[in-house]
Design a protein around this ligand. Structure first.
Ligand SMILES: C[S@@+](CC[C@H](N)C(=O)[O-])C[C@H]1O[C@@H](n2cnc3c(N)ncnc32)[C@H](O)[C@@H]1O
Length: 270
């Protein structure tokens, strides 16, 4: 296996990515529609992980098109290949590559998609955008769905530990060379890399207990709380209080959260 990404490469994270895809699926498909991804296209899913989006994209482009899942984590790519076989999907390919170093191709793709990916590559963002640019055909399209901010995350009623948990995630990204505000710099960086930005939209918002975005944010607390404590980013007392309060309000009909905001950018290769 190539070098891990700091969130982790293991079975539980794979299942979290499956749920995360389901939670953001309709917004993701709306982005693909704005990008004009369609039948016959040859697309790349960059930082595809286990490829739940890639498998949906494969249906969008149909048998005459193809999708290449590109990731540096071989276990995720093995899962994607096996899952494609299991579903009888023949137009999904995989490419194991570290996109901070390797080119995903030269002028071969009609479009490239990435989601929850560029926040990990801040130190080499210009280089990665240059590689994406070179991988596209003239007029090729990139569609990116990335964090704009985590600071929008809030909870009603206010509960103990919620803000500390959000602050810990922001710090966790920074400590590992990432940045959860990548969406703020992305459009300008895309222009500088030789793209014309044609569309910018934000997604995220209100979620009530039991709804997909509520479960998505709660799952992060459950799966990563201990890591945030162990890394000294969040006091254990805050995590315990958060878990108690989150469980309590998860049955309150009036409770809601506002999620982190993601930005969706579509840009065309000039
Ligand atoms: C949070 S996951 C998102 C997966 C997928 N895009 C999704 O939305 O479900 C981030 C993925 O980026 C991959 N990744 C991180 N840094 C990478 C790099 N330098 N080159 C290739 N893949 C990378 C990780 O291995 C991981 O699978």
């Amino acid at each position: 296996m190539t070098e891990d990404y700091f969130i982790g490469v293991h079975a539980r994270e794979l299942e979290r990515l499956r749920d995360q895809h389901a939670a953001w699926r309709s917004e993701t498909q709306a982005l693909w529609a704005r990008a004009g991804f369609t039948t016959g296209h040859r697309l790349a899913d960059l930082g595809s992980g286990p490829g739940f989006a890639a498998l949906d994209l494969a249906a969008t482009v149909g048998a005459g098109g193809s999708v290449t899942g590109v990731d540096k984590a071989s276990p995720y790519l093995q899962f994607l290949e096996a899952e494609a076989r299991r579903r009888g999907v023949n137009n999904v390919h995989v490419l194991e590559a570290d996109l901070t170093r390797a080119e995903p191709g030269a002028g071969i793709f009609d479009g490239a998609f990435c989601r929850f990916f560029l926040a990990f590559l801040i130190d080499d963002l210009d280089g990665v955008l240059g590689r994406i640019h070179r991988s596209l055909k003239p007029g090729g399209i990139v569609a990116a769905m990335e964090y704009l901010t985590l600071e929008s995350a809030t909870c009603s009623p206010p509960i103990r530990g919620f803000d500390a948990h959000t602050r810990a995630w922001i710090a966790y990204y920074r400590r590992n060379g990432g940045d959860a505000t990548v969406g703020r710099i992305l459009p300008a960086k895309l222009e500088r890399a030789g793209f014309e930005v044609t569309s910018v939209e934000c997604v995220g918002g209100t979620a009530r207990p039991g709804e997909p975005w509520w479960n998505w944010w709660g799952r992060l607390m459950a799966d990563f709380g201990e890591t945030l404590v162990a890394d000294g980013l969040m006091p254990r007392t805050d995590l315990q209080a958060l878990r108690d309060d989150w469980t309590r309000i998860s049955t309150a009909a009036h409770a809601f959260i506002y999620t982190p905001v993601l930005v969706q950018v579509v840009a065309t290769k000039r």
